[in-house]
Design a protein around this ligand. Structure first.
Ligand code: AMP
Length: 424
């Protein structure tokens, strides 16, 4: 027997039994984002490696060790996108979107790639949905975005959504803060893990993110970023908090929240959700303000705010959907002539708004009824010699055990009768 080939580690298939829940989430995203005026953007999966090195930051986990980078046949260094914010900013600049209107609201969905250590809810190919807004410096957009995402999560039934917010200040605030951190951690460096020791010199703020238990007592005593924020950053952040209160979004301030990407300036936030397999609390979404990214990629100085959430993680935390019928009607066909009639009838009925499967194989009546039941068909119409001879058949509502006699010759009348039986 030929050896089987499996999918690449950390990259998963989504089967029809999974995609039903995905569709529900995607439909909610489309509806909610459109209601806030966002337009969808689709960018290439592959970008120049430079975009991520400059956009995300050389000293971040993603750029240091998680990117799928390769040389194409022309020798260019390309990378499969590990996130979308840099790609959106590139597209915003490349298409001069700032000329078209002062405010641009984009949303996206797509696969991201990171060579990470795998666990439940952490994959090497995963999907993100995200939003980016360019052109608003005011705290209003920070609050509006957080409130919108919270609304979306609640509407699709994510359990126990927790919103955490912090501010990482401006680049200038952080220069001062980094010095405080280096001064605090340097004498304690012997007690830190290898990653922390290295980051103390490359990206000291990332030490606050470290999860190694032996580092925790040292991190707990570190100076807090909030105390190092300048007046403007503090005022902006207080305004965000007061707007979140006005919008009725339940949130918690988390002074240790710094996020893993370098481009944030000002507000940062995360949303966590309860799921037993992901640990008590799992981070489903993260985002924040990045007022310098567009300029650092060669565009005009543009304030911006965005977030992304992990679709697999959101799906894991979503309530089970009510079990839905996969088709409205299953046509059970007994005999060759009935199968031909079923094929023709289903073909004519589908454009009238019905989801139909007509049995295409020669199998027993019992096997067909069992199948209709197992696949979750809402109703069954049986065609046999008698039905073909007299032009009438019976449609049965499977769950409610109701039935209706229908004429096979009148296709619109038949569609209406099936819909009325099913209440659709
Ligand atoms: P980030 O782009 O790192 O801020 O991540 C935003 C969200 O994407 C996270 O909160 C996760 O829900 C999701 N995410 C990030 N990395 C992964 C991964 N390797 N596998 C699955 N989801 C991920």
């Amino acid at each position: 027997m030929a050896q089987t080939i499996t999918s690449v580690r950390g990259m998963n298939d989504l089967l029809p039994s999974d995609t039903r829940r995905w569709h529900r989430l995607e439909a909610a995203c489309r509806q909610v984002f459109a209601s806030y005026g966002y337009g969808e953007i689709r960018t290439p999966i592959v970008e120049s490696t430079d975009l991520f090195a400059r956009g995300i930051g050389e000293a971040t986990d993603i750029v240091e060790k998680e990117m799928y980078t390769f040389a194409d046949r022309g020798g260019r260094s390309l990378t499969m996108r590990p996130e979308m914010t840099a790609g959106c900013a590139r597209a915003y600049i490349e298409h001069s979107m700032h000329h078209a209107e002062p405010v641009t609201r984009l949303w996206y969905q797509g696969q991201m790639f990171r060579y990470e250590r795998m666990q439940t809810g952490r994959y090497r190919q995963f999907w993100q949905v995200g939003c980016e807004v360019y052109g608003i410096a005011d705290a209003t957009i920070d609050a509006e975005q957080i409130a919108m995402l919270h609304q979306l999560f609640v509407s699709v039934g994510l359990r126990d959504v927790e919103v955490l917010v912090n501010s990482v200040g401006t680049n200038e605030d952080r220069v001062a803060y980094r010095e405080h951190l280096v001064a605090y951690f340097s004498p304690l460096a012997d007690g830190l893990c290898g990653d922390c020791k290295r980051r103390l010199h490359t990206n000291p703020m990332r030490l606050l993110d470290c999860k190694v238990p032996s580092c925790q007592p040292i991190i707990a005593g570190a100076p807090q970023l909030r105390a190092a924020l300048g007046e403007a950053s503090t005022a902006h952040f207080n305004e965000v908090l007061s707007l979140l209160e006005a919008l009725g979004v339940p949130f918690r301030e988390d002074p240790k929240l710094v996020r893993g990407l370098d481009y944030y300036t000002g507000t940062v936030f995360e949303m966590k959700c309860y799921h037993p397999e992901l640990g008590a609390q799992s981070t489903v979404a993260g985002g924040g303000r990045y007022n310098t990214l567009v300029e650092s990629l060669g565009g005009p100085a543009t304030p911006a705010m965005g977030f992304a959430f992990g679709v697999e993680r959101a799906i894991l935390c979503m309530n089970e959907p009510q079990s839905e019928a996969t088709v409205d009607l299953f046509i059970a066909c007994l005999g060759d002539a009935a199968r031909k009639k079923g094929l023709v009838l289903a073909h004519a009925l589908r454009p009238l708004g019905l989801r139909i499967e007509s049995e295409l194989r020669a199998t027993s009546a019992k096997a067909q009824f069992k199948r209709a039941d197992k696949m979750g068909a809402a109703a069954v119409l049986t065609l046999g010699d008698d039905e073909l001879a007299n032009g009438n058949a019976v449609v049965k509502h499977l769950r409610e055990k109701r039935e209706r006699s229908v004429a096979l010759g009148d296709v619109p009348g038949l569609a209406a009768a099936i819909k009325s039986l099913l209440g659709i």
